[in-house]
Design a protein around this ligand. Structure first.
Ligand code: UGA
Length: 416
């Protein structure tokens, strides 16, 4: 049985630890946040093969393979902050008591593996042999376990046969194509994949802007494009732009990294610009109907960066709320999961409602910012009656324009 330590019990680390245990390995998951671990143990998440610890030292000693899943947040200039990776690597190196395989799972810029090796070589005892491998994760929030257990591909970047064999064996129970490559290429595959998905989103958002100018329907265009298997249907939904803890950070980090190595990644800069424009466009639309915003009630449905999560990191809703509040609007908002998190950021001038209908009461304009299923099924006649004025700006195209107009809404979607 493989003995594995997973360092970091965040979204990625927890799923990785639980799934590796399910695959038959003995796993210890390490985090310095004691409360997080205690809660998890209480919840009964731990099974016989899964343990939790707050000691990197102890976990390193009892494990042969160490997955590093700590955060790599953005610095103000977009560069990835790798201080947590460095600190963990150094601690592991200090505790190494024999051969260890360190596996990067966090999204990291190319060359991180090189830096890890240098750090370990400075610290380790002579007899402590090691390898560094890159095995990027492609987990989506909301479907992380199935993304792990039934992935479309597994990427393994190694520099030795020994490391390759160990990882091949770990993933052997999973049926998926494995791409074996070198560490640097594996690191780049993750950045290149996430950035490409962001390109797709910004591309369709750019098309949506043209559609608005000429009176075409971006949804039909996405459909017409998506049937071409070379293009594919996924990630062609226009809207208020991409958010979350991955795309904004990863695109910024990739631009920064490219610059460092002497390449001006102008394509990705345009992707970022289009993503920001989607938010400004929502404002233009609001201003079309409401002259000034001071003391006007605006309703918002959807706060999380995508449905089925309470995650509001880099959510478009935050930027929109900030701007509306700076113009002294009064907000009434609802989200099935993300209210508590949002309340911490915007405690004032915002009414956190019990349901979508309460949001609508007396509002002069209603914004839809996340495509939760619940919002698709609303009683729209009731919504219309409750609204002070029937303005509805649908930032995710969840409603049909024709139907909305028939119901008497002054309705605007994105690019249609
Ligand atoms: C993303 C990737 O999809 C995962 O493969 C990757 O592992 C993960 O980042 C990561 O790097 O950890 P995630 O951020 O959970 O996953 O969410 P996505 O479902 O990719 O959505 C990201 C954002 O793009 C959301 O704000 C969503 O609303 C937006 N989006 C997505 C669109 O605006 N249009 C689309 O067509 C698709």
């Amino acid at each position: 049985m493989n003995k594995i330590a997973v360092i970091g019990a965040g979204h990625v680390g927890l799923v990785t630890a639980a799934c590796l245990a399910k695959l038959g390995n003995k796993v210890v998951c390490v985090d310095n946040d004691r409360k997080k671990i205690i809660d998890l143990v209480k919840d009964g998440v731990q099974k016989k093969r899964l343990a939790f610890s707050f000691s990197i030292e102890k976990s390193t000693r009892i494990s042969r393979i160490i997955f590093i899943c700590v955060g790599t947040p953005s610095k103000p200039d977009g560069e990835a902050d790798l201080s947590a990776i460095e600190a963990v690597t150094a601690e592991v190196a200090k505790a190494m008591n024999g051969y260890k395989l360190l596996v990067e799972k966090s999204t990291v810029p190319v060359m991180t593996g090189e830096w890890m090796k240098r750090t370990i070589n400075l610290i380790r005892k002579k007899n402590a042999d090691f390898d560094v491998a890159a095995n990027p994760e492609f987990l989506k929030e909301g479907s992380a376990i199935s993304d792990f257990m039934k992935p479309e591909r597994i990427v393994i970047g190694t520099e030795s046969e020994r490391a390759k064999k160990i990882l091949e064996e770990i993933y052997q129970p999973i049926k998926a194509p494995i791409i074996f490559t070198d560490v640097k290429s594996a690191e780049l595959i993750k950045h290149a994949s996430n950035s490409f998905l962001a390109v797709k989103i910004s591309y369709i958002n750019a098309i949506s802007q043209i559609c608005e100018k000429v009176g075409a329907d971006v949804e039909s265009i996405a459909k017409g494009m998506g049937y071409d298997s070379r293009i594919g249907k996924a990630f062609l939904s226009p809207g208020v732009g991409y958010g979350g803890s991955c795309f904004p950070k990863d695109v910024a980090a990739f631009i920064h990294l490219a610059k460092e190595v002497g390449y001006d990644f102008s394509l990705l800069k345009a992707v970022q610009k289009i993503n920001q424009e989607q938010i400004s466009l929502i404002f233009k639309k609001i201003k079309k109907y409401l002259w000034t915003l001071k003391n006007k009630k605006i309703g918002i449905l959807g706060l999380s960066f995508k449905p089925d999560t309470d995650d509001i990191r880099e959510a478009p809703s935050l930027k929109i709320m900030e701007r509306l509040l700076s113009e002294e609007a009064i907000l009434s908002v609802y989200d099935p999961k993300a209210m508590e998190e949002t309340k911490k950021i915007f405690p004032r001038r915002t009414i956190y409602c019990k349901n979508p209908y309460q949001v609508c009461k007396g509002a002069e304009l209603l914004l839809v910012l996340t495509e939760w299923e619940e919002f698709k099924k609303l009683d729209l006649k009731r919504v219309k009656k409750l609204l002070g004025k029937p303005h509805l700006i649908d930032g995710r195209n969840i409603y049909e324009p024709e139907k909305m107009k028939k119901l008497g809404f002054v309705y605007e979607g994105v690019g249609r």
